[in-house]
Unconditional design. Structure first.
Length: 650
């Protein structure tokens, strides 16, 4: 009789299941700005960062200068230098914008100062209202599991007993092998003092049309020995079997039932399994169990609690030579293994890895998980829970499949009654869907001054450890997009030649990640008529009221000009000083002339040849707005007219 099963109930921790599940046991992101690729003799680009650093090293520092210095190195992925200048920035003024909190935190983390970096990152999260401790919710995981549930029909097989039956494998067409504590029917079975059940042996059962089962028979040969045998796998030619066997641990008395798990190999000879031998991957101080062959039979996967793993039990593989010789042992890594237990691997003919785990989020106990493997044996795609009804709130193990039909072992309740492990058969009606927490990262990059889209802007996507995830280019509409993982946070760095840079933080666990950026044009071509005050971002050179002497804060700005003139000795400039309209025309002209001359004298005192300099005061004759004599204006409007210009004349 075939009984269709509904899952549910509570978890059973019987000891034999526990035994066979082995419970006892920075490439740093490089966001490179466009470097100067032509010499100044070709009238090309000026490298402002070099000038800023020379100014700072001489002791002339301002917030704006330190921000620019830190940004120059941060956007180039030079985090050691970036952190140095950001540190000085925060020492000068700790109340910086959230953007600088993030950049400093990232720079510190990149150079290994995790604790200090975390402090600034916490400040960033706090000031931007983001929750640092948020994690993927159980609701989100349940949504993922639900998306892959309902794809199976599942039935209880008729050859189960009231004892333990589990671990089906495909021996040959029409023949299954499984482990069972059933009575052999000839001699009285040896009884385990652990649970009073017979020891597990391997049995065969014939199956017709996937629905009609014969009478199970003990596997012929020397495989079934004194203690437990289970979880077998077979080569395609049917001549070699790998299986799990237990033996008492060394120096332990037989009746203590302290068993040690090892993988054995047997050969099919004249209708019997003979020449049984232990594999070299076994050890006396750890367990090795549950073998599974890759489709091309070049790898043997298994579970083990050997030293050096990530959790209680990890999954491994060992390379198999043409004659069955064993190579090096490889751990499947953190994408598969957790601090919990991963066991019972199976590799389908479609290169899909199935295994059971209690360390990944599931429905309870052991759940079956899926991960695609490519032809080179590498993990691709995402780890997925196969969903209900394969998984339940109990232990679901030993998933095997051929085509769309397979078997699963579970200790789920039957009609509300607690039971030992039973075998179920299933049909997979639809394939698994890779819906693991994806989100769309997208946005538009525009010119801040014109609001027009910027084509060809570079959007670099990095993880929180500054590893490059992707480098994107905006299209003719200024758009970029990429599907990314749902769980992590990301750093975005946006650059374009002759534009300012920008960066952003994409908070984790967002299904839609829209981040738009505005970049400001940067005037960095030096040619006759160029105002170096704009190129080097030199603001107004302030003078005290009715004075023409250079103030200390003005020295910081003028040092940028000194360094530019030192770097480019052919450069000649005209120093132009302007005033607002307040005061008489003649007075303002005289005052501005004195200030222009004072600025020129300062540059000469810093070693700049007077032959490269001219100066003139224009008073109020070249106002930039309508604030002329008699026109009421605000202080800010008047201030716009009080300016210094450094015009390239050659």
């Amino acid at each position: 009789m075939m009984i269709k099963i509904k899952t549910g109930g509570t978890h059973i921790n019987h000891l034999l299941v526990t035994l066979f599940m082995m419970m006892s046991i920075f490439v740093q992101g490089q966001s490179k700005l466009k470097k100067a690729d032509e010499a100044f003799t070709k009238k090309s680009y000026i490298e402002a960062a070099e000038i800023y650093e020379r100014v700072a090293e001489k002791g002339y520092k301002s917030e704006e200068l330190l921000q620019n210095l830190g940004d120059s190195y941060y956007f180039n992925g030079k985090y050691e230098e970036a952190s140095k200048w950001y540190e000085e920035l925060f020492s000068m003024n700790s109340s910086q914008s959230s953007a600088y909190l993030l950049r400093y935190a990232q720079s510190l983390k990149a150079i290994g100062e995790d604790t200090k970096g975390a402090t600034y990152f916490d400040r960033y999260l706090s000031e931007t209202g983001q929750d640092k401790e948020s994690q993927v919710s159980s609701r989100r995981y349940m949504e993922m599991i639900e998306a892959n549930s309902g794809r199976y029909d599942i039935w209880y097989v008729p050859f189960n007993t009231e004892g333990i039956d589990y671990g089906v494998s495909f021996m040959e067409e029409g023949t299954l092998v499984f482990a069972s504590t059933r009575e052999k029917g000839v001699l009285r079975n040896r009884i385990s003092s652990w649970d009073g059940l017979p020891f597990l042996d391997l049995y065969t059962v014939e199956v017709e049309n996937d629905t009609v089962y014969g009478t199970p028979k003990a596997l012929k040969g020397d495989v079934n020995a004194k203690y437990h045998e289970s979880t077998a796998c077979f080569t395609k030619d049917g001549k070699t079997m790998y299986f799990t066997r237990t033996n008492p641990k060394p120096s332990e008395e037989e009746d203590l039932d302290l068993y040690h798990l090892e993988i054995y190999k047997a050969t099919y000879e004249d209708g019997r399994w003979e020449s049984v031998e232990s594999l070299s991957i076994n050890g006396e101080d750890f367990n090795t169990a549950h073998p599974a062959l890759s489709p091309d039979e070049t790898r043997l996967y298994f579970a083990s609690d050997r030293p050096g793993g990530y959790g209680s039990v990890d999954l491994y593989y060992v390379e198999l030579g043409e004659e069955g010789e064993l190579g090096s042992i490889v751990n499947l890594g953190l994408e598969i293994n957790t601090s919990g237990r991963e066991s019972f691997p199976f590799i389908s003919s479609k290169n899909a890895l199935y295994f059971s785990s209690d360390g990944h989020f599931g429905l309870g106990g052991y759940d079956v998980f899926y991960h695609k493997i490519n032809s080179d044996g590498e993990l691709v795609g995402n780890l997925l829970n196969v969903g209900e009804p394969i998984n339940s709130s109990f232990d679901d193990v030993c998933y095997v499949v051929k085509g769309d039909r397979g078997f699963i072992s579970s200790n789920r309740t039957i009609e509300g009654e607690e039971v030992y492990d039973n075998i179920y058969t299933f049909i997979e009606n639809t394939p698994i869907k890779d819906i693991y927490l994806r989100s769309l990262l997208h946005g538009v990059v525009t010119d801040k001054s014109t609001q027009l889209p910027l084509q060809g802007a570079t959007v670099e996507v990095l993880d929180v450890d500054n590893h490059v995830i992707a480098i994107l280019l905006t299209d003719d509409e200024g758009r970029y997009s990429k599907e990314v993982e749902y769980e992590p946070s990301y750093i975005l760095k946006v650059t374009k030649e002759n534009y300012s840079s920008a960066d952003g933080y994409s908070e984790k666990q967002q299904e839609d990640r829209e981040h738009n950026f505005e970049l400001s044009p940067v005037e960095n071509v030096i040619a006759p008529g160029t105002d170096l005050a704009k190129v080097l971002n030199i603001p107004i050179i302030y003078f005290d009221f009715d004075k023409s002497n250079i103030r200390p804060d003005a020295e910081v700005e003028l040092q940028k000009l000194v360094e530019a003139l030192n770097m480019y000795p052919e450069l000649k400039i005209d120093i132009r000083s302007h005033t607002d309209s307040r005061g008489s025309d003649s007075y303002n002209e005289a005052l501005s002339s004195r200030r222009a001359a004072s600025t020129m004298r300062y540059l000469i005192s810093e070693g700049i040849s007077k032959d490269r300099l001219t100066s003139k005061g224009y008073g109020e004759s070249q106002l930039v707005n309508g604030c002329s004599n008699g026109v009421p204006c605000t202080k800010a409007e008047h201030q716009a007219n009080r300016r210094s210009e450094f015009i390239v004349i050659e």
